[in-house]
Design a binder for this molecule. Structure first.
Ligand SMILES: CC(C)(COP(=O)(O)OP(=O)(O)OC[C@H]1O[C@@H](n2cnc3c(N)ncnc32)[C@H](O)[C@@H]1OP(=O)(O)O)[C@@H](O)C(=O)NCCC(=O)NCCS
Length: 250
């Protein structure tokens, strides 16, 4: 078990080493479908959720298998009640994700678009060009695919982590599960040598309030090219590292 402070613990399900927060454990391949369903149910407003459970399972798989990523979860009586995925080195992980999982993810997007003309139209109008540009930049980037996402390299001061998603099942919220998941992820970033962890949350969302409550530094509010407003947050793991502008969102 990985406890909320990132230390290994022998404690059983439902108990952290500190005894108060839920125990966090790695998400395994066998939990991918369950995690994808939880994501689609609890983060349904995210555009990517519209690509469906199979897409999300493949996306989460990149975090389960990637060296520079982590997928963590909380279970109660075997049932998945919370999950988080993130990169301990965002530039390296997104390069890996695009190369290793990009074709399969693109295939799932095409299937979803074929099933829903409305989704297809919205995809083309708001995101397709950006997705393709991002993919090209990652796969054929001048730095051997290391510099992705944009401005997320920490200005050469070391790897920068990115907390991508945290989702806790409704009915199990406000009891420390989200906090435990995020703390364990941040500890993993620190252990992996990251100098900072970034994240983005939709303006006015529960996520924004959650990151504020946990004391993350609000860096700026940005409007993505798809027109959504996001608050960008950072958590410095070493205070001497200046915060650079986080990357593209949405
Ligand atoms: C955001 C989310 C992950 C929080 O999970 P959780 O298990 O309820 O969070 P915790 O119980 O660990 O709460 C941690 C802190 O955040 C605060 N918080 C959590 N949700 C909040 C909300 N909706 N509004 C205000 N504060 C909130 C808690 O009060 C707590 O702060 P405190 O210790 O000062 O009281 C959960 O609401 C969720 O899954 N939402 C949908 C998905 C989402 O928005 N994810 C975040 C962006 S990817």
């Amino acid at each position: 078990m990985i406890s909320h402070d990132g230390s290994e613990s022998e404690s059983g399900p439902g108990m952290s080493g500190a005894g108060t927060l839920p125990a966090v454990e790695p998400l395994g391949r066998e939990g991918l479908d369950e995690a994808a369903k939880l994501h689609v149910a609890e983060l349904g407003e995210e555009f990517v959720s519209r690509f469906g459970v199979r897409f999300m399972a493949r996306y989460y798989r990149a975090f389960v298998e990637g060296e520079d990523a982590r997928a963590l979860c909380v279970r109660e009586g075997g049932e998945l009640v919370g999950v988080t995925v993130g990169a301990t080195d965002a530039a390296r992980h997104y390069s890996y994700l695009a190369r290793r999982h990009g074709p399969a993810l693109a295939f799932e997007v095409l299937l979803a678009a074929a099933r829903s003309p409305r989704l297809a139209a919205e995809l083309v109008r708001t995101r397709l060009l950006r997705y393709v540009r991002g993919l090209v930049r990652v796969v054929f980037g001048a730095t051997g695919g290391k510099k992705v996402p944009e401005d997320d390299s920490g200005s050469g001061e070391g790897p920068v982590g990115f907390a991508v998603y945290v989702a806790v099942r409704r009915g199990r919220r406000l009891s420390g599960t989200g906090r435990a998941l995020l703390s364990a992820f941040v500890a993993e970033c620190e252990r992996a040598g990251a100098k900072r962890v970034d994240t983005a949350a939709r303006s006015g969302s529960a996520g924004e309030r959650f990151f504020s409550s946990l004391g993350w530094e609000r860096v700026e509010v940005r409007t993505s090219r798809s027109g959504e407003r996001y608050a960008l947050f950072a958590k410095r793991l070493h205070p001497e590292v200046p915060t650079s502008r986080p990357g593209d969102v949405g």
